[in-house]
Design a protein around this ligand. Structure first.
Ligand SMILES: *[C@@H]1O[C@H](CO)[C@@H](O)[C@H](O)[C@H]1NC(C)=O
Ligand SMILES: *[C@@H]1O[C@H](CO)[C@@H](O)[C@H](O)[C@H]1NC(C)=O
Length: 212
């Protein structure tokens, strides 16, 4: 039996919608239809385009005195555009914390090269999965979940390399995201079950501290 016209129309509409808005479970960098993407103002490249040498500065570098990042993502290294990967090198002096943050578009796979780290992420039921890592250990932070790194060794710098499953993972730092925006003090005070002066104190101190 043939489908009634209205059912047909509905199915066609659904299929079209699915084509335009693929299901969120599929969310990752879109496949490209060329071998690689070139920036709009570039038409001809050689191997230089696929080479990124910024991390040479880290070879034999002095130990970090503050939280220090080097990103190879589609902004700093345009050849990554469309390739679905990026990398970050994180250097932390003893005692440093990389505050809770998330990468909305990528899973992160961290490899601790040297030193010690406590790492952890929180799942969507607020359960903490934390771990202490030794050099050589890897830890995976599932896509979009809030996580942190803490160099708990007071005198030993920690160096780690993180791979991301997106050329543009994005970074949402929880302290900045909540306390360096225009959300009204009274809304934050209500949300955190505290008073406005407390919120203003937190805003002032978050303003003055480096955020990743
Ligand atoms: C292309 O444009 C970008 C940003 O607009 C610029 O940084 C880069 O130097 C340009 N490249 C060439 C080859 O003109
Ligand atoms: C995980 O965090 C708890 C505190 O919530 C702490 O007592 C514990 O030592 C941590 N575990 C690791 C492996 O770092």
């Amino acid at each position: 039996m043939a489908l009634r016209p209205s059912t047909n129309l509905f199915l066609t509409l659904m299929l079209n919608l699915l084509a335009i808005f693929p299901p969120m479970a599929m969310a990752s960098d879109a496949d490209i239809l060329t071998d690689f993407n070139l920036p709009p103002n570039v038409s001809n490249v050689d191997a230089t385009f696929f080479t990124y040498t910024a991390a040479r500065s880290l070879v034999g570098a002095q130990p970090p005195t503050a939280l220090n990042f080097l990103f190879a993502d589609k902004t700093s290294f345009p050849a990554l555009d469309g390739q679905g990967v990026s990398l970050a090198v994180l250097r932390m002096p003893g005692g440093a914390v990389n505050p809770p943050h998330s990468h909305p578009r990528a899973t992160e796979l961290l490899l601790l090269i040297s030193g010690y780290l406590e790492v952890g992420f929180i799942d969507s039921t607020n359960k903490l999965f934390n771990q202490t890592l030794n050099a050589g250990d890897m830890y995976v932070f599932p896509k979009g979940l809030v996580h942190y790194q803490f160099n708990y060794a007071p005198d030993v710098p920690a160096i780690s390399v993180s791979a991301f499953g997106s050329a543009n993972p994005g970074l949402v730092s929880i302290p900045s995201n909540l306390f360096q925006t225009d959300i009204e003090d009274r809304i934050l005070a209500w949300s955190f079950k505290t008073d406005i002066p407390t919120i203003q104190r937190i805003k002032a101190s978050v303003q003055g501290s480096p955020q990743a």
